[in-house]
Design a binder for this molecule. Structure first.
Ligand code: ADP
Ligand code: MG
Length: 696
């Protein structure tokens, strides 16, 4: 039996390895870089690099790679070996501080959204010492940021680190106002719960749509879907269990804090939740988790689907981003306190979130926009496309009491000095938690549930950190310059609640009434990526990013362009696959079945001249009609794709897709699924939903 505690992080160059292997002064300097952000000098870099190399070689590494996160949301790596000539026809293994700190991947083919066209063509990677290096597949992985030579950010990590620094600055200003001088740093903490589907690889390989798009474009509903709701937290099947065990072990070795695993609502759907850590490490770890989920699945003859909506009529997969703020002294700033004083501070942070989410709903929505996630958001199982905050009735009542300057329901006592009431202790695990809310306060953290299972969590966290930092900075400006702190604080809290309470909604987010109500409140309902993404570059949002140096106008414009291009590209590929499957598989199959039916009728007639052939007649009539309809729609789709105008603006292009392609694809699917329901299974060209969902 292996010792898990010992195995955990055994392939990570973490604190304890650093402490053991680095000279004390080097270790202390590196720690300073990690925790306080002081730049690292090159001599220290050489010592660290050498220690890392020796350690990595012991772990089987022959290569090193700068691991980075280009704007498309996947990770990228280029491997170099440690070998170096020693002049006698032999090699030695070398790794310098320069190689550790800076890399120059040939990154010209990563999308730059036009950023590099006007400037320097090359980009470079820079070591991020705040996320540990690790060994995987015989290579030393060094987490890095990716920028262009003229300084544009070309990745997701750099803006995330900037937003973390930003929120640190403004949260500290607030803490100082409350007399707290011992805290040195505040950082956002994140725990990202990851949902996924696990299906049999052989079965999945038989479907072109799963292979090329990661989701099914066709498929009639199985007789038993998730209606019985017997899968959620159900017992885990042996093959899945073996997979999960293997996955945990692989993740633990890499220092990923995989904690909880269980079956999800849909058949073949599961979830993995890690313990929370800093936003930066959580993001790196989530990228790693998604990758390892896929590779471990291969080993088990399985296929792990991370698409947001692999199956129609079956719940899709998301990622719940649990977010809070922590001090370096280990205090959770969203934990309601025990004293009125602590509560005032808690309420101020809570108000910063309320105000930020209300004022920047569109940014949060845009941060989770993708063609895949559009399939999921707003279909009564996942959060709607409308952003609102769930606080629970208790906290909402307290806020309303504060807003109106009255005592809260007798349960609490008023504190006259601060005027803020003592909060009741929250039940962390209260069962009536609202599962339909896109952004829920769950006792001592917020859970943002709109992120798609396939997306990087970097963007949503960049937005969250930035908007909350913006509000904290406004609050700090007001409070730092006031004469009566308690009075100003009270008024500030009451005013914020009054102005932003429209964002609070504790009801059922799936109900049609909420859509109407939200509209009345003036909340956004950005249904598709094509509607949401242009908000990234609205003046209000450009100003926000510029003010806080998170993105320049050009940088955010490039992200906007890349995301919209990607949206169109996904839809383009999907429609191509749809055409291919329709023409080469579905139509031939149904034609064959029609032929079989017709031949059956003929031979029946030949033997029994006045026999009833109405069954064959009805089926042939139905299927002939459906397949003719299908063919017409297929031709229409083909025609539409071939005539997509050459829009220079990706936003116009995305509108064309939204308005002209998606609807035809839906019609094609509906007809094809009806054909499937009425066709001999033996003849059907690919595995059905039942075959797939119950394959493991
Ligand atoms: P669930 O939401 O499924 O009921 P939990 O509330 O226990 O489960 O936690 C879900 C996720 O929230 C876990 O990944 C956990 O690490 C994370 N989490 C808990 N506390 C915090 C926090 N203060 N900051 C960020 N994430 C947190
Ligand atoms: Mg959760």
């Amino acid at each position: 039996m292996t010792n898990i505690a010992e195995e955990f992080g055994s392939f990570v160059f973490n604190e304890s390895v650093m402490k053991e292997r680095l000279p004390k002064n080097v270790y202390l300097k590196l720690r300073q870089t990690i925790y306080e952000g002081t730049p690292l000098d090159i001599e220290i870099g050489d010592v660290v690099a050498n220690a890392m190399k020796d350690w990595a070689i012991e772990k089987g590494a022959t290569h090193f790679t700068h691991w980075f996160q280009p704007m498309i949301g996947v990770t990228a790596e280029k491997h170099d070996s440690f070998i170096s000539k020693n002049g006698h026809g032999k090699v030695i293994m070398e790794f310098s501080g320069k190689e550790l700190i800076k890399g120059e991947p040939d990154a010209s083919s990563f999308p730059s959204g036009g950023l590099r066209a006007t400037f320097e063509a090359r980009g470079y990677t820079a070591w991020d010492p705040t996320s540990y290096a690790f060994v995987k597949d015989n290579a030393l992985y060094i987490p890095t940021a990716f920028c262009s030579y003229s300084g544009e950010l070309l990745d997701k990590k750099t803006p995330l680190l900037k937003s973390m620094e930003l929120i640190n600055i403004h949260a500290l200003r607030i803490l100082r106002l409350f007399g707290n001088y011992s805290v040195k740093r505040v950082f956002p903490t994140v725990g990202a719960e990851q949902e996924y589907f696990l299906i049999d690889k052989e079965i999945s390989d038989k479907r072109e749509d799963l292979t090329f798009c990661g989701r099914t474009l066709f498929g009639a509903k199985p007789p038993k879907g998730q209606d019985m709701e017997d899968h959620y937290f159900g017992s885990i099947k042996p093959r899945v269990s073996a997979y999960m065990k293997d996955l945990d072990r692989e993740l633990w070795k890499l220092g990923v804090l995989a904690k909880t695993k269980h079956n999800e609502v849909a058949p073949a759907q599961h979830e993995l939740a890690p313990l929370f850590t800093t936003a930066n490490i959580a993001t790196d770890n989530n990228q790693l988790t998604m990758e390892i989920m896929k590779t471990v699945a291969q080993r088990h003859g399985l296929c792990c689907l991370l698409h947001e909506k692999p199956f129609e009529g079956v719940n899709g997969s998301g990622k719940h981003n649990n977010w809070s703020l922590s001090t370096d002294t280990g205090v959770n700033l969203l934990e309601p306190g025990n004293s009125p004083f602590e509560n005032a501070q808690f309420l101020l942070f809570l108000c910063a979130v309320l105000k930020g989410v209300d004022e920047y709903q569109d940014l949060l929505r845009a941060s989770v926009a993708s063609a895949g996630n559009d399939q999921r958001l707003g279909s009564s199982e996942a959060p709607p496309a409308i952003i609102s905050i769930y606080l629970g009735n208790e906290l909402t009542d307290i806020l309303s009491a504060i807003e109106n300057g009255i005592k809260y329901g007798g349960k609490t006592q008023a504190n006259l000095e601060i005027g803020v009431h003592t909060l009741p202790k929250f039940q962390k695990d209260n069962t009536d938690r609202n599962r339909t809310s896109p952004f829920a306060f769950t006792g001592n953290k917020f859970e943002f549930r709109m992120i798609g299972s396939n997306l990087s969590i970097a963007c949503p966290n960049i937005m969250l950190n930035t908007i909350v930092a913006e509000e904290l900075s406004q609050f700090a400006d007001t409070l730092e310059n006031c004469t009566n702190f308690n009075d100003t604080l009270n008024k500030l809290i009451a005013k914020t609640i009054k102005e932003h309470k429209r964002i609070i909604f504790n009801g059922n987010n799936y109900s049609p009434e909420w859509v109407k109500e939200a509209e009345k409140r003036g909340l956004y309902n950005l249904k598709t990526s094509s509607d949401a993404l242009p908000h990234l570059i609205s003046q209000k949002n450009l100003d926000l990013f510029k003010k806080h140096h998170i993105y320049t106008n050009a940088e955010i414009k490039s992200r906007h362009d890349i995301l919209l291009q990607n949206y169109c590209r996904v839809l383009y590929i999907e429609s191509k696959v749809m055409l291919d499957m329709s023409k080469k598989q579905i139509i031939p199959a149904v034609t064959k079945y029609i032929k079989n039916l017709s031949e059956t009728a003929i031979s029946k007639k030949q033997i029994f001249s006045n026999i009833d052939c109405s069954l064959e007649t009805k089926l042939v009539t139905l299927l002939s009609r459906l397949s003719s309809q299908l063919y017409d729609k297929v031709i229409l789709l083909e025609d539409t794709i071939s005539k997509i105008p050459d829009y220079p603006d990706p936003s116009e292009r995305s509108i064309f897709y939204r308005d002209n392609i998606i609807q035809v694809m839906k019609e094609i699917r509906d007809i094809a699924d009806k054909i499937e329901e009425n066709t001999d299974k033996e003849i059907w060209p690919y595995p059905t939903y039942s075959d797939i969902l119950y394959s493991v």
